[in-house]
Design a protein around this ligand. Sequence first.
Ligand SMILES: Cc1cc2nc3c(=O)[nH]c(=O)nc-3n(C[C@H](O)[C@H](O)[C@H](O)COP(=O)(O)O)c2cc1C
Length: 351
Amino acid sequence: MQNIFFQLIKNLPPEFSHYVTLQLLKLNLFTGNNFKDPILHQHLFGFDFSNPLGLAAGFDKNAEVIKPLLNLGFGFIEAGTVTPKYQFGNERPRIFRLKEDKAIINHLGFNNKGTTFVKKKLKKLNLSSLSKGIVGINIGKNKETLNDIDDYTYCLQELGPFAHYVTVNISSPNTPGLRELQNRGRIEKLVQTLQKKQEEMNSLENTPIFFKIAPDIDEEQIRDIALISLANNIDGLVISNSTIERFDTLKSNLNNEIGGLSGKPLFLKSTMILRKMYTLTNGQIPLIGVGGINNALECYEKIKSGASLVQLYSALTFEGPKIINKILIDLSNLLKTDGYKNIKEAIGKEI
Ligand SMILES: Cc1cc2nc3c(=O)[nH]c(=O)nc-3n(C[C@H](O)[C@H](O)[C@H](O)COP(=O)(O)O)c2cc1C
């Protein structure tokens, strides 16, 4: 039944297909087999991750279907990106499926219902009543804001207390000026301002703050971010967002659409940044590897390149929810074949 739904949905125009999927999830029409194996379990940031596979930000922008998504078998869900105020985003069409490349290009531009709406959703979800799964909230800034750091601080203060962790998105290619926050002076100020807010609020005491970076950063930026992460003892980095690069290997004639490219072609580029960051931070900063994961081998490669956890998005739209359990089963077998007792032992083993 689930498969029939998915086959129907995946051929609808991309944004409509996403809308229909959200409605079906709200009706609890999708479920997973919820594969469990202690080899995949990790205690990280004070939380229990039953498996390392999460859903990347952008799918559940308004935190409306977190529970049904956890029921599919993900170990964690990152909702958002949420901005302080409601935003329509860019003009449609703004999502393009590059079928031949198993890739997506989007220039959504942070379409979301804003902090007040999402806060209500997260409160209703009530973390302490969740029987499984970890919930993160990804935060951003409004396009027209006058002070971007104020936007992030506000989102952290409003939403952080109702999530297990917060990811600060400074890497979406579709909001003008956002990626400049990755530059040395800017990121340091942002990190320190958010950490100060965290210290001031008791309800954020146990809420780690991650920073999500782009795959399109140069060697100097990678080094700067590594140094700043170490110097400020940041909780984690999410590597990476979509890319503005257009690879020569792309076959689809939609490859010239504007926006961030995600999916299979992003795998090598995002994994290279992940690997460099792991080396430069001496494995001291937990990393979440995202970008182009389609199967367990790619998941495993991210882990061996330094990721403690991984996320995917595009592959879910091409393969459907069955991909989650398939990856988990195959990953557990790969770890056992290599003689590991727990996934933790494999992190950074290929550096
Ligand atoms: C349609 C779409 C919307 C996205 N929206 C967001 C977003 O709001 N915030 C964010 O941090 N990343 C967003 N992303 C990026 C993903 O979280 C992820 O970093 C990227 O797609 C790479 O993973 P993948 O290759 O598995 O898709 C979006 C991706 C897609 C395809």
